[in-house]
Design a protein around this ligand. Sequence first.
Ligand SMILES: NC(=O)c1ccc[n+]([C@@H]2O[C@H](COP(=O)([O-])OP(=O)(O)OC[C@H]3O[C@@H](n4cnc5c(N)ncnc54)[C@H](O)[C@@H]3O)[C@@H](O)[C@H]2O)c1
Length: 395
Amino acid sequence: MTRQIGIGVISLGWMGRLHTRAYKQIRERYPELGIEPRLVATADRVEAFRDEATENLGFERAYADYHDLLADPDVELVSICGPNFLHHEMALAAIEAGKPFWIEKPMGVNARQSREIALAAQKAGLRTAVGFNYRHTPAIMHARALVADGRLGRVTNVRSWWIADYASAEDGPLTWRYSREQGGSGVFGDLLSHGFDLVQFVVGDRISSISATSGTFVTERPKGLAATIGHGKVPVTKEKYPVENEDYGAALARFDSGIIGTFEANRVAHGPRAEYVVEVYGTKGSLRWNYENHMHLEVLIDDDNPRHHGYTRIMSDASHGDFGRFQPGPGQLMGFDDMKTVEAAQFCESVLEDEQLAPSAADAWAAAECDEACVASAADGTWHDVPRVEGPTTI
Ligand SMILES: NC(=O)c1ccc[n+]([C@@H]2O[C@H](COP(=O)([O-])OP(=O)(O)OC[C@H]3O[C@@H](n4cnc5c(N)ncnc54)[C@H](O)[C@@H]3O)[C@@H](O)[C@H]2O)c1
């Protein structure tokens, strides 16, 4: 039997469009769920995006004010894909309206906002999902299984770096991302929220304390003269205005079990484009994953024969994560959109089965506490404990 679910997508920028495509894929990729997402409504302040939504993207209606979307009785679940500073009010309004939500990371602009969202969702008994999409790459699912099965022995240390060039052009527009009030903590919230979540997911352990430093290398940027989508280029002003948050961050971390971690993020790199790396070292082996080549996982498991000592490059196939739903055999690729389809399916299933399958608001709160510890440590030069979160986490 097919169950139709009314979907509302708040904000139709890069992520809003991606969530929309992901919902459309659920029926084809996860037929056994029997879910037929119905694109009831979107909400965006940009009129041209609203027109596009009803003309091209398949939405029945488009609102200028997201409150109208939340009041629409046909909308049962919502995606929250606005700029970071609107997540808190949008999520609390969704909770007030009793609608489960799939929210983008970072969930709030700081740990307080993230905590308030997570606790309010729990109090209302709502299932949630968070855009920690890198978790769903088949190679990462395999990495997590290898660690959980003890194949690497006892995990001793991890390294993760998130080096991107999306802000390397100094004339790139000063969007909400570069404002502390609107974007929050620069690369800590934008990139290392993924990094902290992903590493904790792979090793199955929580970060307990952090020491960090940070820098802003492109200190001013021109303003955009047109609506932007994601990191897109638009005509800009001649005048430049201050960048208020971090271009670069580096952190040392300690985990509950004694694992030591190093983390680094940079949004203004010249060279790597999206080099998002996770390395896990254990007493019997190690593994490496790089998003730029994300269908592969490099694994070394100690062998009795020292002449065989070296990394094996494993290519994802149907035995890893949800690969088999997207490609018939190894050698083919899954893409960024596919990871979002996994997330959309997990979100809908979490709500229908009332079981937390997707990364939860509590997981986003946990990452936000790590981000906040980084900001605090970078400011005062000392180690900071990472407060424990409550709720249905999926680490
Ligand atoms: N999971 C990931 O890997 C990933 C990747 C990129 C972005 N993100 C996150 O997704 C979120 C959105 O990022 P993006 O790149 O899509 O941004 P974007 O700038 O492309 O889109 C933001 C959208 O919000 C709309 N908006 C602004 N004010 C609004 C309002 N009052 N009501 C409704 N809509 C409004 C804008 O018109 C725009 O369409 C951010 O939190 C970002 O961190 C996550």
